[in-house]
Write a protein that binds this ligand. Structure first.
Ligand SMILES: Nc1nc2c(ncn2[C@@H]2O[C@H](COP(=O)(O)OP(=O)(O)OP(=O)(O)O)[C@@H](O)[C@H]2O)c(=O)[nH]1
Ligand SMILES: [Zn+2]
Length: 357
């Protein structure tokens, strides 16, 4: 027997299961991987493959919540074949990306969930060629929006003689954030990561290819769990992509989600996320004389003043503006889709109110 709480299951999910569902013998399970229409799950009975319950998921298919890696789902267990998935329990945290698809000749943006129900988001950047503060700002915004707790990891410290400027630069854009400088080669900074290694906590990584994610996971696991892709340090084109999606458990009980979608994660930033990352700018903007200040030519503009006296850099202000624009764009689409989805979900619910299990 597997104890699903070792896989992150808790009361938040348990509470969502109705008496009717319990009575029908439905059981919770966690999604370990998704391959086209086959799902690999873990439940109290162990690992098994699963399929979606067709009569639920393939009607109004556009408006259903489909399982993603890390999701907790309700299944009807099948000891001699594939389990059947009835429903996705509400997610505590999730990463989604804009998935522009061409459907019925209409270009629509749909939200694709690439990981769900994680606790920590390890934002990774290597201290050598890949270093870019703006990118870290974007990751932070995305991480805040996901609901997970971001932790910044600067990797490959052994390749860098003096990283104090880079750390200071990040501190200035991520005030109060946990920043760890590490090297899996020398072991530098690795002990400091122990505090995140709580049994049944789920970690997810945000970062570009080749930043040393697999090496970190192997170091944390104390074994060769993920294949380390050898790339030449001076060749940023030598990138390799992982072709599986997975959730797996380390010996110390920590769960890791690593999906290809995480890698391609675009910006689906909401205003909250931006507010957290750019709290200094939002604070300044609130001091502008006019509420609707465009920070261009209005008198009494606190942002212009800060740009002039150098307390705010042009670069940081520019990346704020850029992110705001993207967020606005995504938010409009997201709000539209959400409203639409909710409408059809409610309609579907009423229709299936007397659903048989
Ligand atoms: N110098 C140095 N190299 C490292 C360190 N960690 C990883 N590397 C090297 O960086 C390269 C990429 O490491 P991976 O662990 O495969 O990186 P990844 O982020 O998982 O890469 P993808 O699977 O391509 O996304 C390999 O050549 C590693 O040996 C480190 O701490 N120091
Ligand atoms: Zn202003």
């Amino acid at each position: 027997m597997i104890n699903l709480t070792d896989y992150g299951y808790n009361d938040i999910y348990e509470r969502q299961i109705t008496e009717e569902e319990k009575g029908a013998g439905l059981q919770p399970a966690r999604v370990l991987s998704v391959q086209k229409e086959t799902y690999q799950l873990i439940s109290s009975a162990g690992e098994n493959n699963a399929k979606l319950k067709g009569s639920i998921f393939y009607q109004d298919s556009k408006y259903q919540t489909y399982p993603a890696v890390g999701d907790f789902v309700l299944i009807k267990p099948n000891p001699i074949g594939d389990d059947v998935i009835y429903r996705v329990l509400e997610r505590r945290t999730s990463f989604s990306r804009l998935n522009p698809t061409l459907r019925n000749n209409v270009t629509s943006a749909s939200e694709q969930i690439v990981a769900a129900n994680f606790d920590y988001v390890f934002i990774m950047a290597s201290l050598n060629y890949d270093f870019n503060v703006r990118r870290i700002e974007r990751y932070l915004t995305t991480a805040w929006q996901s609901g997970g707790s971001p932790v910044i990891l600067l990797t490959k410290a052994d390749l860098c003689e003096d990283y104090s400027d880079m750390v200071a630069e990040i501190e200035s854009v991520a005030p109060g954030m946990e920043i760890h400088v590490i090297s899996t080669y020398t072991g530098l900074g690795m002990d400091a990561l122990n505090k995140y290694m709580k049994p049944a906590a789920t970690l997810v990584f945000l970062g570009s290819s080749g930043i040393g994610k697999s090496s970190l996971v192997n170091a944390l696991a104390g074994e060769e769990l993920m294949k380390v892709n050898i790339i030449r340090e001076d060749d940023s084109k030598g990138h390799h992509t992982t072709t599986y999606r997975q959730l797996f458990k380390l010996n110390n009980g920590v769960l890791i989600i690593d999906t290809p979608g995480m890698r391609e994660l675009g910006i689906w930033a909401a205003d909250e996320g931006i507010g957290e990352t750019f709290s200094d700018i939002e604070e300044l903007a609130s001091q502008c004389k006019f509420n609707d200040c465009s920070h261009t030519r209005e008198p009494g503009c606190a942002i212009k003043a800060a740009l002039e006296d150098g307390t705010l850099t042009q670069e940081r202000f520019k990346s704020y503006i850029k992110l705001r624009k993207e967020a606005q764009h995504s938010a409009n689409k997201a709000a539209y889709l959400k409203a639409k989805t909710q409408f059809f979900k409610n309609a579907a619910k009423n229709q299936h109110a007397s659903r048989k299990y």
